[in-house]
Design a protein around this ligand. Structure first.
Ligand code: B4P
Length: 209
């Protein structure tokens, strides 16, 4: 942390609360990664994609990557014991970030509760959760299409894709209600051009803080 940030944080206690922390949420293939790139440019904040972090570890054949591969290849969630520590390390490595886009995290209620506790210790919180709403058949179409060029094993097989969507419906969807109870969740129509969807997201983020 640079000296100016350190001084501001000592004398202006509300400084950390001004961070914009956006949970970008939605089923696999709903466009989280695509929209995160645009949000980074708009708000100049840190982008953390747990999927990208796992793929980086897998590409380097690290123990964490090998562990993640077992689960991702089946379209299941990587265990919380691995995922939460990895996410916290990434946040801790960027203490000067003006805000964070959490892309693909939290993916279950335990991860959401862990994130809330972790951020509150840093005197900040989730600003809003933006959920992209896309029909299942459109998700399958997008992911199979990406699978033709991405080299991602989890995008190539329709059975695995459908399992990822099933896991989303059973384990991940309740995270929407967790933040809705705090008045922080917004449901965005996720079909249309990338720019149209981004305009909807920008309006929802602006309304949230
Ligand atoms: P992720 O990497 O998070 O991947 P995703 O859900 O497939 O992708 P996303 O929604 O970002 O799709 P994108 O924008 O790219 O997760 C992969 C796996 O990692 C999980 O299954 C799990 O095993 C593991 N994992 C990750 N986080 C975890 C966690 N917290 N806990 C446990 N396990 C975890 O878009 C998809 C495609 O649609 C692209 O080809 C894109 O070009 C296209 N597209 C985007 N917007 C479009 C639009 N408006 N119209 C048409 N096409 C569009």
């Amino acid at each position: 942390m640079n000296i100016i940030t350190r001084i501001i944080r000592i004398f202006v206690p509300s400084y950390n609360k001004k961070m914009i922390n956006i949970v970008l949420f939605g089923p696999p293939g709903s466009g989280k990664g695509t929209q995160a790139d645009l949000l980074v440019k708009e708000y100049n904040i840190l982008h953390i994609s747990t999927g990208d972090l796992f793929r980086y570890e897998m590409g380097n054949n690290t123990p964490l990557g090998l562990k993640a591969k077992e689960y991702m290849a089946k379209g299941e969630l990587v265990p919380d014991s691995v995922t939460i520590g990895m996410l916290e390390n990434k946040v801790n490595a960027n203490p000067d970030a003006a805000g964070i886009i959490f892309d693909g995290f939290p993916r279950n209620i335990f991860q959401a509760q862990s994130l809330d506790t972790f951020l509150s210790k840093k005197d900040t919180m989730v600003t809003c959760l933006i959920a992209l709403d896309v029909p299942e058949e459109e998700l399958v179409k997008r992911l199979l299409n990406r699978g033709k060029s991405s080299g991602r094993a989890d995008d190539n097989d329709e059975t695995i894709i459908r399992n990822r969507i099933k896991v989303y419906n059973s384990e991940t969807k309740p995270v929407f209600d967790h933040y809705a109870e705090k008045g922080k969740s917004a449901l965005i129509h996720g079909v249309g051009s990338i720019e149209e969807i981004f305009t909807r997201i920008r309006e929802a983020v602006a309304a949230s803080h």
